[in-house]
Write a protein that binds this ligand. Structure first.
Ligand SMILES: Cc1ncc(COP(=O)(O)O)c(C=O)c1O
Length: 443
């Protein structure tokens, strides 16, 4: 067994740190379930400050596809750190930035030749993609989708759904951002077949681009190949292909936000492979660099060169240690076959989640793509009324029993998997058995 609980959870050291945290850290930064503090990570296991070992279904919100403590990440980052920790790429170059940019241009989805620029966070990548699209098109409007998540900085937040906690009280928001609902087939009107529902939604999008913002005013459309924070909803392929067509017909830059779906999570190296949509620009972060702060925009060279010199960049963007870690993470994902591993972990989890939906009336849906799997908890299977309180109880119990998992969804009633892709079958089985016991307990 992987899980080892030596103290009650949280243990005394976590509790002491939590007390300090509450005193010195802004209360607006969410507290982890049970107030746990971690000291070490290896593979898919996390050890807390009291020596308790947990199985990790969260991966620091999807950053650890290559696993905690991946040897190539540690070696490359340590080597880089011992030689040069910072120079600012705009002041003086270093090889790891260029090597990573080249690698990303080779592997990222989209039209070649590509170029890349590096930043610090997913939100920053999204904001820079919008800047590039605006400069390249001379237009200002941005199309985004509900219930998407693109980050917490002002422009990214303006593109993000979910009033509480993300948006409430933080306006006024950036102008010229228009959000359209992704067709959610689970909640479609009963009388409509899936195909008809998606067709209707495509027609509504075309109407939206007449009634609300003309396609000719759009600089870009930004979509998640599979919606992450918004609840692991996979947009219908026909809808994304229609979006791609609209963008091509109207000179709109198509931006794939692969911050959460990238680097193997969906069972393909990038989530765009799910639909076959070819983006003009791609935003990358999270598992790009095994948890070190780094993000990228990669895309058509002509677009990437459109902004004026000095228009993109930042003091820390593409830090040498983060770039070295990213090269190690990508090498790990490629050499250790972690994309195929995501597909097989995902298939295993999907089977168990389908069984949960059969066993528990309050599990209203089981869905996802690759290792990005989710169950949705509802009060009533007919109305699909979300059950956030029960979701919270399950996740709290799971943490107390040694499994770290996360909620998602506009209503916080989705339990999602973002496990390191190095997780073994027996670790996954153990984690899901704990989850099932917790579901049984709240039944
Ligand atoms: C799809 C997507 N885009 C952007 C972001 C923002 O990334 P960051 O928190 O690094 O700014 C996230 C974070 O969860 C995300 O899932």
């Amino acid at each position: 067994m992987a899980i080892e609980l030596r103290t009650e959870v949280p243990g005394p050291r976590s509790r002491a740190l939590l007390e300090q945290r509450r005193r010195y850290v802004s209360g607006a930064v969410s507290e982890p379930r049970c107030g746990l503090f971690f000291e070490r990570g290896k593979g898919a296991r996390l050890t807390d400050v009291d020596g308790n070992v947990f199985l990790d279904l969260a991966g620091g919100i999807g950053c650890m596809n290559a696993g905690h403590g991946a040897a190539r990440v540690l070696e490359r980052a340590a080597d880089q750190l011992s030689r040069l920790q910072h120079a600012c790429f705009m002041v003086g170059g270093y090889a790891s930035y260029v090597e990573l940019a080249r690698k990303l241009c080779e592997i990222a989805p989209g039209v070649k030749p590509a170029k890349a620029a590096l930043f610090n966070s997913g939100a920053e990548a999204v904001e820079n993609a919008v800047k590039i699209a605006r400069r390249a098109t001379g237009r200002t409007a941005v199309l985004a989708f509900d219930p998407g998540f693109h980050g917490r900085t002002l422009l990214a937040l303006s593109m993000t759904s979910k009033a509480d906690p993300y948006r409430a009280g933080f306006g006024p928001f950036a102008p010229e951002v228009y959000r359209f609902p992704i067709p959610d087939v689970l909640r479609r009107p009963r009388e409509l077949a899936e195909d008809a529902f998606v067709e209707r939604s495509i027609a509504e999008l075309r109407r939206f681009l007449v009634s609300t913002v003309p396609a000719s005013a759009l600089a870009c459309a930004v979509f998640e190949p599979a919606i992450g924070e918004g609840g692991f909803i996979v947009p219908p392929r026909a809808f994304l292909l229609a979006l791609e067509r609209i963008c091509r017909e109207n000179g709109v830059v198509l931006v794939a936000d692969e911050v959460q779906t990238g680097f193997g999570r969906t069972g393909s190296l990038f989530g765009c492979e799910l639909s076959g949509v070819v983006p003009d620009l791609v935003c990358l972060a999270k598992s790009l660099s095994g948890g070190l702060p780094l993000s990228a925009v990669v895309g058509r060279a002509a677009l990437m060169d459109a902004p004026q010199v000095g228009g993109l960049g930042g003091t820390f963007g593409g830090n040498p240690v983060a770039c070295a870690a990213a090269l190690g993470a990508i090498e790990t994902i490629e050499r250790d076959g972690l994309v195929a591993r995501a597909a097989s972990l995902g298939a295993r989890a999907a089977e168990r989640f389908a069984a949960f939906a059969e066993r528990f009336a309050f599990v209203g849906d089981a869905r996802g793509a690759g290792a990005m799997r989710a169950i949705e908890l509802v009060k009533d299977r007919e109305t699909l009324e979300p059950d956030k309180a029960r979701t919270e109880r399950v996740l709290e119990l799971a943490a107390r029993r040694g499994v770290i998992a996360l909620a998602a969804g506009l209503h916080g009633n989705v339990i999602r998997t973002l496990m390191p892709l190095v997780m073994t079958d027996s670790e996954l089985d153990e984690a899901l058995a704990v989850l099932e016991r917790c579901l049984a307990e709240v039944a």
